[in-house]
Ligand binder design. Structure first.
Ligand code: BGP
Length: 458
């Protein structure tokens, strides 16, 4: 094989509890903000598909774990549902323990290493009623949940992550109105982000006590910033974007401190969050590894009417429509695989060359049945091509010394995705919603199996 990856490289796929399990109001689980949002505003959900209509993993996990082996996954990331494990925040739900323990055992029985995440946008309603991430008490509540999970599953799972894409619940819930509670308030968004960061650090602190030999990380969505030009105003906008979207979580996770430039930017815009004296020490609980979800870059330019204090992030950096951009016609996102090389170099040069992996990368395609052949297999050559392009740049970064230990695609089996429902399909397996969630292998699954077996490709 021409493109060979490091020994022990992880070839896997990622998903999450709320996007796969289904049974969202059964087996002892209580409501999350998603269940509540769907109940109160179903019209916001594509095709009226809500959090209960996911791919039914709760019942089908045993077969699904066999499918992991079928396509050569050697690792797999999913999450635990907080509201399932702790339906009232305090009491452990025995049914959840039985379910997750067996699920994790089956994953391992198929030769797959589980990486288990704690929070994937799924805020329990019992905590939302107390203010959710806006409330300081969410930090302790999350630390308790983390400790419980480590104690309950730590004999089966050694690799953990605290959050998936924490900036997303900040942006979507408190800036752009897409996720519950759909508040538009920059200052609140910063406070929510800050509490999330503390919750992450508190979970890491628990982890060192409970599982001192395990490894813990955080998963961030990386949207590398590229500026319109090298002019001063554009560069300033690019820096603001980088500080808010990337360095806000990445720097504390790796270096144990919030960058001074971010502190200054927030102060200048009257966005400084409320803090407590002990926070500094808490934030020193750094991670063992980083997961980066990469889909597309962020292109920015100086805002037309910059004003201080900023009311919205767009007052600091405006989107820039790069004329040369390539688009995934099925999802509308820019395709720019080169960014994975830049990210690899950034990790090497600015983040201690800490071990990291691509924790999500993939191509969402709408109406994918149009690519189905006469045998019912989706011929998703576009997806294979997409992944090869990204892997090529990742490989280059690894060759130049970046400490990347794996590549996880989004996703294993087509899954429900928040407001988009099943519109954008990403899986190695297709799910037939009209036929008992039947799973059918796509061509990309066969391809991935070969890549995993050969630890690379030609
Ligand atoms: C990531 C999230 C996933 C998933 C994916 C695809 O940001 O971590 O949960 O939703 O994006 O996004 P979409 O389904 O909106 O195309």
């Amino acid at each position: 094989t021409k493109k060979q990856f490091p020994k022990g490289f992880l070839w896997g796929a990622a998903t999450s509890a709320p996007q796969t399990e289904g049974h969202s109001l059964e087996n002892g689980k209580t409501k999350t903000t998603w269940d509540y949002w769907y109940e109160t505003a179903p019209e916001k959900f594509n095709a009226n598909e809500g959090p209960n209509n996911t791919s039914n993993l709760y019942e089908m996990y045993q077969e699904d774990c066999k499918r992991m082996q079928e396509i050569g996954l050697n690792s797999y990331r999913t999450s635990i549902s907080w509201a399932r494990l702790l339906p009232d925040g305090k009491t452990i739900n025995k049914e959840a323990v039985t379910f997750y323990r067996d699920y994790f055992k089956q994953i391992k029985a198929n030769g797959v290493t589980p990486i288990i995440n704690l929070f994937h946008f799924d805020m329990p309603m019992w905590l939302m009623d107390k203010g959710g991430w806006e409330a300081r008490e969410a930090v302790d509540a999350f630390a308790f949940y983390a400790k419980t999970a480590f104690e309950t599953f730590g004999d089966l799972v050694t690799d953990w992550t605290t959050f998936n894409e924490p900036i997303v619940h900040v942006e979507m819930g408190y800036l752009y109105g897409y996720h519950y509670p759909a508040i538009v308030d920059f200052k609140k968004a910063v406070q929510v982000g800050y509490h999330t960061l503390l919750a992450h650090a508190a979970a890491v602190r628990e982890f060192r006590q409970v599982l001192p030999t395990g490894k813990i990380g955080i998963i961030l969505n990386i949207t590398p910033t590229y500026t319109r030009s090298d002019e001063k105003a554009d560069k300033k906008a690019g820096l603001a974007s980088d500080l808010l979207n990337t360095k806000s979580f990445l720097d504390p996770a790796v270096h144990g401190t919030i960058p001074q430039a971010l502190i200054d930017l927030l102060a200048e815009n009257e966005l400084t969050p409320q803090t407590q004296a002990e926070d500094k020490e808490l934030l020193q609980n750094t991670v063992d590894f980083i997961g980066l979800n990469y889909y597309h870059p962020r292109r920015v330019q100086a805002p037309k009417n910059p004003h201080v204090p900023a009311v919205m992030p767009e007052d600091l950096y405006a989107p820039y429509d790069w004329p040369e951009k390539r688009i995934n016609p099925y999802r509308g996102w820019e395709i720019y695989p080169e960014a994975l090389y830049d990210v690899a170099m950034m990790m090497k040069n600015e983040y201690k060359n800490l071990p990291w992996f691509v924790s999500e990368n993939g191509m969402g395609v709408a109406d994918e049945e149009r690519f189905m052949d006469e045998n019912g297999m989706i011929q998703d050559d576009y997806r294979i091509e997409f992944m090869v392009e990204h892997l090529n740049y990742l490989h280059q970064g690894i060759t130049e010394g970046s400490n990347c230990f794996g590549y996880h695609t989004w996703t294993f089996i087509d899954c429900w995705s928040w407001l988009n429902g099943y519109r954008n399909r990403y899986g190695f397996y297709r799910v037939d919603l009209n036929n008992h969630y039947k799973r059918t292998l796509k061509k990309s699954g066969l391809w991935f199996k070969e890549v995993s077996k050969n630890n690379g490709y030609d």
